[in-house]
Design a protein around this ligand. Sequence first.
Ligand SMILES: NC(=O)c1ccc[n+]([C@@H]2O[C@H](COP(=O)([O-])OP(=O)(O)OC[C@H]3O[C@@H](n4cnc5c(N)ncnc54)[C@H](OP(=O)(O)O)[C@@H]3O)[C@@H](O)[C@H]2O)c1
Length: 277
Amino acid sequence: MSSYTRVALVTGANKGIGFAIARDLCREFPGDVVLTARDEARGRAAVQQLQAEGLSPRFHQLDIDDLQSIRAARDFLRKEYGGLNVLVNNAGIAFQTDDPTPFDIQAEVTLKTNFFATRNVCNELLPIVKPHGRVVNVSSSQGSQALENCSEDLQEKFRCETLTEEDLVDLMKKFVEDTKNEVHEREGWPSSAYGVSKLGVTVLSRILARRLEEKRKADRILLNACCPGWVKTDLGGAHASRTVEEGAETPVYLALLPPDATEPHGQLVCDKVVQNW
Ligand SMILES: NC(=O)c1ccc[n+]([C@@H]2O[C@H](COP(=O)([O-])OP(=O)(O)OC[C@H]3O[C@@H](n4cnc5c(N)ncnc54)[C@H](OP(=O)(O)O)[C@@H]3O)[C@@H](O)[C@H]2O)c1
């Protein structure tokens, strides 16, 4: 048996759903919880807030847009814990609906963080996830909506069980490129940059889960995407129906799946229920 303390890491945990996930994990996860944030001051303030509640998260800076920052977090986890037991990819962004930023810029910026940066975190941290580890990618049912609004040709590609990570990356790049050339609708894409970015996260989760199944089956790692529901946060807005505590429920459920669990794996989970894809 390893002598290392178990460890869970949450990205974008200084506020919103990520903060609520970190709080729940501090209460329920048998090990250390690393609250990460791109901004050190905001992250440390969040840690202090949890400390005031009698909880003991650790802090590590992590800007998922910055590969060096991801690698520094990976090195920290390797050195202090010999790896990672639970990874919650929560960090994400969305432009507000009335934001005047041109659509192609919104597409580029949103996909950069929500899809490409989340993928970088997965690629850097998955190799150090320990046996029985749990990986939760916070996606959105808006990704499913975006899939429904894609052309039949694109839907078929995204649903294809043999789509590779490289194919998916090419499709996500094509979406951004198509918005720049103002041909995205003609090319079968929906007009939601956020939706396409989360479609990418859900499909990426399916691909990575499949790869774990092929390459590390004996490790019994479970990796899933989830939707937290519509949650009152800076991103979700004040009219959203759920509190951050409610939004954290499904991600935390997936993060704490018991060691003998064999499913869900590679699924999109909403309200603790696997969704049809
Ligand atoms: N709220 C909803 O209704 C809803 C619904 C479905 C899915 N989601 C998803 O749930 C997740 C959390 O959203 P939320 O509603 O809690 O939003 P939020 O309150 O705006 O929080 C987003 C968090 O992500 C962080 N973040 C953004 N870019 C980052 C980066 N490059 N590196 C590290 N951290 C970064 C933010 O940090 P800063 O404070 O530094 O900006 C913040 O901590 C997102 O993935 C979102 O897409 C939300």
